[in-house]
Design a protein around this ligand. Structure first.
Ligand SMILES: [Fe+2]
Length: 212
């Protein structure tokens, strides 16, 4: 039985009549409104050249931070061995923290009047972190790879923080020092301690005393 108000005999054009204002306008294309690398100045009290320099630095840091973030997710999925569970959880925690940094860095670039790198292909072209293999690696290799990426980011973030400070861009300096550097340093500690070769059950001294 058909609903009370249905009009089974209406044609498509009759059904569409009067809906123009409610119909999505699809397949629209136009030239971009701001090319990448240009500054659309906002009234933040900073010189345009300072904004441009900070945006350029932050885009490099953004590409590297997105790569480290994704490296953590790769390792979260592919981890194996005795420490599977703890590293599976730790890698995902660090992934989430790096993801928050990504958003903070990208939004800082936008408020400086710049344009944030966003897509994977652009990130791959820009990052200085070496590309890992698609395949699976042992946990110590995964951790070594993460530590090298962290160190690269920490070195560039400290240089960029000094440049921002000297240019009077205190907001960028604060983001770099308070968020990027502090977060990366803490993550280095949590990850690096997994590469200290200590016994799991029997202390070395006890083994020596037992003549082993
Ligand atoms: Fe997961």
């Amino acid at each position: 039985m058909s609903p009370k108000h249905s009009k089974p005999d209406a044609t498509y054009s009759q059904l569409e009549a009067g809906t123009r204002l409610a119909t999505p306008i699809q397949h629209q294309h136009a030239a971009e409104i701001q090319p990448y690398g240009k500054i659309a100045k906002l009234p933040v009290g900073l010189d345009e050249r300072v904004c441009a320099a900070s945006a350029e630095n932050l885009n490099q840091l953004l590409a590297d931070t997105m790569t480290l973030r994704d490296l953590y997710k790769k390792h979260h999925w592919q981890i194996t061995g005795h420490t599977f569970y703890q590293l599976h959880l730790l890698f995902d925690k660090h992934y989430g923290e790096q993801n928050e940094l990504v958003d903070s860095i990208a939004e800082r670039i936008q408020l400086l009047g710049g344009i944030s790198i966003a897509m994977a292909a652009d990130v791959a072209e820009t990052t200085m972190i070496p590309r890992p293999p698609r395949g699976r690696e042992e946990a110590p290799v995964q951790i070594s790879r993460l530590l090298e990426a962290h160190e690269l980011i920490l070195k560039e973030a400290r240089t960029m923080a000094r440049q921002a400070s000297e240019a009077g861009d205190d907001g960028t300096n604060d983001l770099l020092v308070s968020n990027v550097i502090r977060t990366n340093e803490l993550q280095v500690w949590f990850v690096a301690e997994h590469l200290v070769d200590v016994p799991l059950v029997r202390a070395k001294a006890m083994g020596a005393a037992a003549g082993e």
